[in-house]
Design a protein around this ligand. Structure first.
Ligand SMILES: [Zn+2]
Length: 277
């Protein structure tokens, strides 16, 4: 018998959900929660089947976060993976910063998920002097509600940044531990980086950890909502993933997560009985 854990997150999909999140949060005074906006929509030319999408930029996902009960300002904004292409900055970062009443020089802290060059701070203009590394311990000391989670595989020292949204969504910004939805569903790893067997297995274990999230912000794609349907797909296909037989515990963790989601979405028995009276 598997254990049901209660969760309060609803179903959230795509960038519209991000807009809803921000709008919903604007009336919140939720201590320890964080607002977030996408500053650069991540894209990746290389597809899981090995084909290359011509004309698609290699650009990472960049996210701006700040405490939900504060206005974003020079003292409280955190930029995750602020590696901007000229086009990526122009399309999203510039209008979002303008909408928030911020300039690049108002960005306070940066958090880099891993040391690869396509995630390291890079701005179309000079890097702002205001930007400094986020002083955060694994427990979030200094920034209540923020924490980091080791997610090795794609890179040995890759860390996800974990936060709680004002709607109580468990949001993980994971860099290339998950590239995007297509690569996740294909159980693909970024093979140009020359993974060995250990790195592939660590990747699957990190993916199983990350799927505890309600919303995943992947390294090169749109936000991913973790739903029972997604978990069923991943469970079905994991047997075909390379070296999945080396890490059977991943299957167990996926099953547990699916069970948790199904229990969460199932109406409480008492509520059904009351309705029928
Ligand atoms: Zn990357």
């Amino acid at each position: 018998m598997q254990r049901c854990l209660s969760r309060t997150a609803g179903d959230v999909t795509g960038s519209n959900a991000m807009e809803n999140s921000v709008l919903g949060a604007s009336v919140s005074s939720n201590h320890g929660a964080y607002e977030f906006r996408i500053l650069q929509a991540g894209t990746l030319p290389l597809q899981p089947d090995g084909s290359v999408a011509v004309g698609t930029e290699h650009r990472c996902t960049s996210v701006l976060i700040w405490p939900a009960n504060e206005r974003p300002s020079r003292s409280n904004t955190i930029c995750v993976d602020p590696c901007f292409t000229d086009e990526g900055f122009r399309q999203t970062a510039a209008p979002v910063l303008c909408q928030l009443g911020l300039s690049v020089s108002d960005l306070s802290y940066c958090f880099v998920t891993h040391e690869h060059r396509d995630h390291w701070p890079k701005f179309p203009t000079e890097q702002p002097d205001s930007l400094r590394p986020l002083p955060i311990s694994p427990t979030g000391a200094g920034f209540p509600g923020l924490s980091t989670v080791p997610c090795p595989g794609h890179s040995p020292r890759l860390r996800a940044l974990r936060l709680r949204s004002p709607e109580n969504h468990d949001v993980w910004i994971v860099g290339d531990a998950v590239l995007n939805l297509e690569w996740l569903q294909a159980w693909g790893y970024y093979w140009p980086n020359f993974y060995d067997v250990a790195a592939i297995v660590k990747t699957w274990r990190s993916v199983a950890t990350i799927l505890e999230a309600d919303i995943i912000m992947p390294g090169h794609g749109e936000p991913i909502s973790v739903t029972a349907d997604l978990m069923r797909q991943l469970l079905t296909s994991f047997g075909d993933a390379e070296f999945s037989s080396v890490c059977p515990e991943v299957t167990k963790r996926l099953e547990q997560r699916l069970n948790d989601l199904v229990c969460r979405d199932r109406p409480a028995l008492g509520r059904v009985q009351n309705t029928s009276q």
